[in-house]
Design a protein around this ligand. Structure first.
Ligand code: PMP
Length: 355
């Protein structure tokens, strides 16, 4: 830390992104990226000459074309939507904008919530999950703090029914409920339609997972026009050009190619079912995931040792060291071939263990 660093941040524990290793080529199942390429339309948009020529100009700060087409796809108004640099930026804006009375979120969830709470100097409480790793909606009722819930949750992959989200939002119209739907396209159900009924509900999604655009950094938030206006006040006060021209061009094509992504999601869901069954047959305990990853542990394998052993064999998964989940690994769903490699290596690791 330099002597210039603001003391407010001296205790800040920054978010640790998943490894993006360069030492060798891994079967990469550690950061929940899509194994499938962006749609043909997106690839074409990236190669357009007109796009390179446009690079000398600033991008449209209103992102109007993409907002209009995405709003039409989602069935909301274009003023009920804001585009951000990844959904992390939507979350950052929400933590910055709406959390004066503090925040609550599940103890086991996306690690960035705690980082944002600390960064913005907010009071925060982390609510334990139930023993089966589900979220108890009653824990979020009867409080005044802004709620952040990932649904489906990460890294568990478990989905909370929309009726519970609705109960939490309806229980206190004067505090905001933020639903992070980064993984909702893999079998969950979006709360976006509920934003019409509840003006204290904000739903955040991303193009990083189901739309194969993690590298382009595009996320969005949907809520009533007043909330979105507030987020734009913060956006224009930090980085009005938060979405670059290349990402805007790709996003328009991605929205137009929605069927391609729906198809990919189906493939990923099928591969998830198949991998879950095969891991369970090997003795793994695998939670019922509605995400493009699964969360799994094995009675004979130490979580960290299994992660390390897989890595040495060229398969990268994600292990979290915190106490309640250290027996588990989070495994992204790749192509069937990638999962075959994971399963083959796992069988060998188990075989060596059993002797
Ligand atoms: N929410 C959750 C639950 C996530 O796992 C992630 C990805 N790490 C994000 C939000 C942020 O994703 P992005 O910024 O790529 O949209």
């Amino acid at each position: 830390m330099s002597r210039f660093f603001d003391k407010r941040f001296s205790e800040l524990e920054a978010y640790t992104p998943g490894e993006q290793p360069r030492d060798m080529k891994y079967v990469k199942l550690n950061t929940n990226e899509s194994p499938y390429p962006p749609s043909p339309g997106v690839i074409k948009a990236m190669a357009e000459r007109e796009l390179s020529e446009r690079m000398r100009l600033y991008p449209d700060p209103e992102c109007l074309a993409v907002r209009e087409s995405l709003a039409a796809l989602l069935g909301v108004g274009k003023d009920e939507l804001v585009l951000t640099n990844g959904s992390d930026e939507s979350l950052a804006f929400a933590f910055m904008s709406f959390c004066e009375r503090g925040v609550i979120f599940p103890e086991i969830s996306y690690g960035f919530y705690k980082v944002f709470a600390q960064l913005y100097g907010l009071n925060y409480r982390q609510i334990p999950l139930k023993d089966d790793f589900t979220i108890d909606p009653d824990d979020y009722i009867g409080t005044d703090e802004t709620v952040f819930i990932a649904n489906p949750n990460a890294p568990t992959g478990l989905f909370m029914p929309l009726c519970d989200i609705e109960r939490i939002a309806a229980s206190n119209p004067d505090r905001l409920v933020v639903i992070d739907e980064a993984y909702v396209d893999f079998g969950g159900e979006s709360a976006i339609p509920l934003t019409k009924k509840y003006d204290n509900l904000l739903v955040i999604q991303t193009f990083s997972k189901s739309r194969s655009m993690a590298g382009a950094r595009l996320g969005f938030a949907v809520g009533c026009a007043d909330i979105i206006r507030d987020m734009n006040t913060i956006r224009y006060s930090t980085n009005p050009y938060n979405i670059n021209s290349a990402t805007l061009a790709m996003a328009s094509a991605a929205v137009a190619d929605n069927d391609y992504y729906l198809d990919n999601c189906k493939k990923i869901i099928n591969t998830r079912t198949d991998t879950t069954e095969k891991l369970r047959a090997l003795g793994f305990e695998v939670l019922d995931s509605k995400c493009n990853f699964i969360f799994a542990k094995h009675p004979l394998l130490d979580g960290e040792a299994y992660y390390k052993e897989l890595k040495s064999r060229g398969v990268l998964v994600r292990h979290f060291g915190s106490e309640k989940i250290r027996d588990y690994n989070r495994i992204t769903i790749g192509t069937p071939e990638m999962m075959d490699t994971l399963l083959k290596q796992t069988r060998e690791i188990l075989g060596a263990k059993r002797g």
